[in-house]
Design a protein around this ligand. Structure first.
Ligand SMILES: Cc1ncc(COP(=O)(O)O)c(C=O)c1O
Length: 440
C-alpha cells in the first residue's frame, strides 16, 4: 500500500506496543474512517475487525458523536474538575451509575483504561485504610491479565513481556493462575463448560499470604489483550464468593468488556455478578476522545469520604478528569448505544457470529477458536522456530487484503464494531479464512 511520509517523521515517532523497526520498513497508514471501514492513505478500504483497538463500538465517525464533539469544542474547551464543576459531567456520572449494576452508583473520571485501573487500586487501598484495616495492602491480579501501562496496572498485570524490563514494580502484588486449559476447553462455543475450579487458585494465593493482608483482586471478566481468554461457566461466580468470604474487594477491569461487547452495558450485568468496583474506558466514548471512569460501590465512596472530617477526602485526580470534550463525546456515544439498540444487537448477532467464527476450525494451524458476545479469537500453533510470527504474518496479509485484526502472540483477536451487518460478518470471516489458508 502506498503511504505518504518522510523519513524524519518516521524516525521521530516512537510507536507504542509496536515493532518500530518492522513497521517503518513496511508502514500501514490510515487516513479516514466511516462506519465499519478505514481508508488508508493509499485509498484502500479496510474493514475494522477490532473496533480500532477494542474501542470504536459505535463504528467510526458517527454523525451524532461528531456533531457533539464539534459543538462542544466551540462552547467550552476545558474546565478543571478540581473544586469547579461542569454540569454535563455530573449528568454523565448519573447516566453511568444508571448503567452500572445495582449498588454501584458513584463515578470517578479518568482519561484511559490504565488510569482507571490505577485509580481503582488506590481506591481499594484507601477504603481499607479508612475503615481501620490498613494492613490490607496486597493486591492480586491474574496470570496473562492486562491492566494497562501504568506502574499499578503493569504490576498487577500478568504478561511477562510487559514486566521484564521494569524492575520490582509495586510491592505486594500477587498473581493467581489464568482460566485457560486448552486441552479441556478448546473449540468451546461461548463460555467453556469446564474450568470453574481454576478459580480456586485464588484461594490458594489468599491463604498463603493470609486474607487479612489482601485489599483487592482485579480481573478482566474475559482477558482481551492476552488473546481473548474466556471465563468458564461458574468461574467468575466463584471469584466473587471467595473474595466476599475474605472481605476482599473484587475489581472488574471492564475496559474492553463494557459498553455492549458482550451484549450488555457491563460484563457484570451479563454474568449477573456484582463486583465492588468496575473500570471502564474505550467504548465509553466509542474511542473518539480519551476518557475512562471508575464505577464504585457507594459504600466504598462513602467510607472514604466519611473518614475524612474536612478537606480533600481522596488525594487523587487528573487534569483532564471529566474533560468537557470527552464528556460530550460520552453523552453522544451513550445516546447512540441506546437509540440504535446496539447492546441488544450483539445479543441477536451472537449466535451468527459464533457459527461464522467456528467455520474456520478446519483452517491450517488452528488449535482453538473462542467466542463470546461480539468477541472472537483464533489461536494458532506457534512456529517452533519463531513463536508469534504466524499470527503477525496473518495480521499483515489480512490488512493488505482489507481487514484489520489484532495479533497477540499466536492469537488473532476479533471485536468488530457493534454496528456490523450479517453480510459484513461473512466478509470478515472469508477474508480472514483466505489469510489463514495462505500463511503456512
Ligand atoms: C482490560 C484492560 N485494562 C486496561 C487497559 C488499558 O487501557 P488504556 O490503553 O486506555 O490505558 C486495556 C487496554 O487495552 C485493557 O484491555
Amino acid at each position: 500500500m502506498s503511504n505518504t511520509h518522510n523519513d524524519t517523521a518516521m524516525d521521530a515517532y516512537w510507536m507504542p506496543f509496536t515493532s518500530n523497526r518492522e513497521f517503518k520498513n513496511d508502514p500501514r497508514m490510515l487516513a479516514t474512517a466511516k462506519g465499519m471501514y478505514y481508508t488508508t492513505t493509499g485509498g484502500d478500504q479496510v474493514m475494522d475487525g477490532i473496533s480500532g483497538l477494542w474501542c470504536c463500538n459505535a463504528g467510526h465517525c458517527h454523525p451524532h458523536i461528531v456533531k457533539a464533539i464539534q459543538e462542544q469544542a466551540a462552547e467550552l474547551d476545558y474546565s478543571t474538575a478540581f473544586q469547579i464543576g461542569y454540569p454535563a459531567t455530573f449528568r454523565l456520572a448519573e447516566r453511568l451509575a444508571r448503567l452500572a449494576p445495582e449498588g454501584i452508583d458513584s463515578v470517578f473520571f479518568t482519561n484511559s483504561g490504565s488510569e482507571s485501573v490505577d485509580t481503582a487500586l488506590k481506591m481499594a487501598l484507601g477504603y481499607h485504610h479508612a475503615r481501620g484495616e490498613g494492613h490490607r495492602t496486597r493486591l492480586i491480579g491474574r496470570q496473562r491479565g492486562y491492566h494497562g501501562s501504568g506502574f499499578g496496572g503493569t504490576s498487577i498485570g500478568g504478561i511477562g513481556n510487559n514486566r521484564k524490563a521494569v524492575g520490582s514494580l509495586l510491592a505486594g502484588t500477587l498473581h493467581f493462575r489464568d482460566s485457560v486449559d486448552l486441552e479441556r476447553q478448546s473449540f468451546s462455543r461461548g463460555q467453556p463448560q469446564w474450568g470453574a475450579e481454576l478459580a480456586d487458585d485464588l484461594e490458594r494465593v489468599i491463604v498463603t499470604n493470609h486474607p487479612s493482608t489482601i485489599a483487592a483482586v482485579i480481573v478482566e471478566p474475559f482477558a482481551g489483550s492476552a488473546g481473548v481468554l474466556l471465563p468458564p461457566v461458574g468461574y467468575l461466580e466463584r471469584l466473587r464468593e471467595i473474595t466476599r468470604r475474605h472481605g476482599i474487594l473484587l475489581i472488574f477491569d471492564e475496559v474492553i468488556s463494557a459498553f455492549g461487547r458482550l451484549g450488555y452495558a457491563t460484563a457484570a450485568e451479563r454474568f449477573g455478578i456484582s463486583p465492588d468496583i468496575i473500570c471502564v474506558a474505550k467504548g465509553l466514548t466509542s474511542g473518539t476522545v480519551p476518557m475512562g471512569a471508575v464505577l464504585v460501590d457507594n459504600e466504598i465512596r462513602r467510607t472514604i469520604i466519611d473518614s475524612s472530617p474536612s478537606g480533600i477526602e481522596f488525594f487523587h485526580g487528573y487534569t483532564y478528569s471529566g474533560h468537557p470534550l470527552a464528556t460530550a463525546a460520552a453523552h453522544a456515544t451513550l445516546d447512540v448505544y441506546a437509540d440504535e439498540g446496539l447492546f441488544n444487537r450483539v445479543q441477536i448477532l451472537e449466535s451468527i457470529w459464533e457459527d461464522a467464527i467456528h467455520s474456520l476450525s478446519e483452517k491450517p494451524n488452528v488449535i482453538d477458536i473462542r467466542n463470546l458476545g461480539l468477541v472472537g479469537a483464533i489461536e494458532l500453533e506457534p512456529r517452533p522456530e519463531n513463536p508469534s510470527a504466524r499470527a503477525a504474518d496473518i495480521f499483515k496479509l489480512a490488512f493488505d487484503n482489507g481487514l484489520l485484526v489484532r495479533a497477540t502472540a499466536d492469537i488473532i483477536a476479533l471485536a468488530p464494531p457493534l454496528i456490523i451487518q450479517e453480510s459484513e460478518v461473512s466478509h470478515l470471516i472469508e477474508t480472514l479464512g483466505n489469510a489463514l489458508d495462505q500463511v503456512r
